[in-house]
Design a protein around this ligand. Structure first.
Ligand code: UDP
Ligand code: MG
Length: 325
């Protein structure tokens, strides 16, 4: 008879991913809150802290926690890469079927995890996203810009969420393993994952004011979020057919330019009109050049995406299941 496998040898069912940057005063309490919640759940778990090259004593505390409890894993970055890179490293190392993300500053409440997991299982959702319905942050500097950003992101991506910025989220592992993150795109995971067809539920969660350590962000982030939105929209709609956007505007620009040039030429030939002084001539030249540029850019983009998908064997589709005897 086979020996009963040791539970610690098995892969954990839950992976909790926590990016950390200078959060020394919060880490012990966070650990205690995590243990209090996770140890009361039937699932096996791991917590992965990503130390984003903190300059305070964060790493010391994390390595102590790891010594004490091997379910705590720590990844330490060589330099500060930002929260998105931290989450991305966590996703790469996560072994659980369900991946949970959370901030290290105790603004999210680990005690919400069982409730969110329950909802995920009930409805068979791929993503359950926390919603800081009663958000405890500065109203003018954080909440108002965030409302505008959430509205805009929802409209543009077609994935409607009240709170993209809430870090507390649950994902089925196949979601995070099929979305690549760059720059500061971590908040867009639900939108980016929509390419593979995901079901998403948003659930109100607790939110607390930051009591220790400093926030790493300010208002300028909202501006960057808007730029990222352009990228995300492009990735979602055109990343496998860039010619459809570049080509469309290229052809429109070229044709309008060509029509104007034609009109001016006919005018010149029939009436002998002077063209050198006419702004319309410059407009025609501009539109024709821009049109040709756009079309060439579209062709280049088509070449690039072939390299991107083929060199990395990236799929352009995701299969839910196959029925085949
Ligand atoms: N964080 C990080 N690297 C950074 C900035 C932030 O890992 O360069 C972590 C930070 O420690 C926290 C989370 O990302 O766990 C969210 O940061 P913060 O609480 O400052 O953001 P806010 O809640 O103010 O939006
Ligand atoms: Mg915070």
């Amino acid at each position: 008879m086979q020996a009963e496998p040791d539970k610690t040898d098995q892969l954990p069912e839950l992976s909790v991913i926590i990016p950390v940057y200078n959060e020394e005063p919060n880490l012990y309490r966070l650990y205690q809150q995590l243990i209090a919640t996770l140890d009361n759940m039937p699932e096996s778990w791991e917590v992965i802290f990503i130390d984003d090259a903190s300059q305070d004593g964060s790493f010391g505390i994390l390595s102590e926690l790891h010594d004490k409890d091997k379910r705590i894993r720590v990844i330490r970055f060589r330099r500060n890469y930002g929260q998105t890179a931290g989450l991305s490293a966590g996703f790469d190392h996560a072994r659980g079927q369900i991946v949970i993300t959370l901030d290290a500053d105790l603004q999210n409440d680990p005690a919400d995890i069982p409730m969110l997991l329950e909802k995920m299982r009930e409805g068979g959702y791929d993503i359950v996203s926390g919603w800081r319905k009663e958000r405890k942050d500065n109203t003018l500097l954080r909440k108002v810009p965030s409302h505008v950003a959430n509205w805009l992101i929802s409209r543009v991506t077609g994935v409607y969420l009240h709170d993209y910025g809430c870090s507390l989220k649950l994902y089925r592992s196949e979601v995070v393993h099929n979305v690549s993150l760059y720059g500061e795109l971590h908040r867009f995971v639900p939108a980016l994952a929509s390419w593979m067809g995901v079901s998403i539920l948003e659930v109100p969660v607790h939110h607390h004011p930051r009591t220790a350590g400093k926030s790493k962000y300010n208002l300028s982030r909202t501006g960057r979020v808007l730029l990222d939105l352009i990228t995300v929209n492009f990735l979602l709609n055109y990343s496998v057919k860039p010619m459809h956007i570049f080509g469309k505007w290229g052809i429109i620009s070229f044709l309008v330019g060509f029509a104007i040039a034609l009109y001016l030429t006919i005018l010149k030939l029939t009436t002998g009109a002077q063209l050198a002084q006419r702004p319309l001539l410059f407009l025609a030249i501009l539109l024709i050049i821009v049109g040709v540029q756009f079309i060439s850019m579209g062709l280049l983009a088509e070449l690039l995406i072939r390299i991107y998908y083929e060199a990395q064997h990236k799929p352009i589709y995701m299969v839910r299941e196959v029925l085949d005897d």
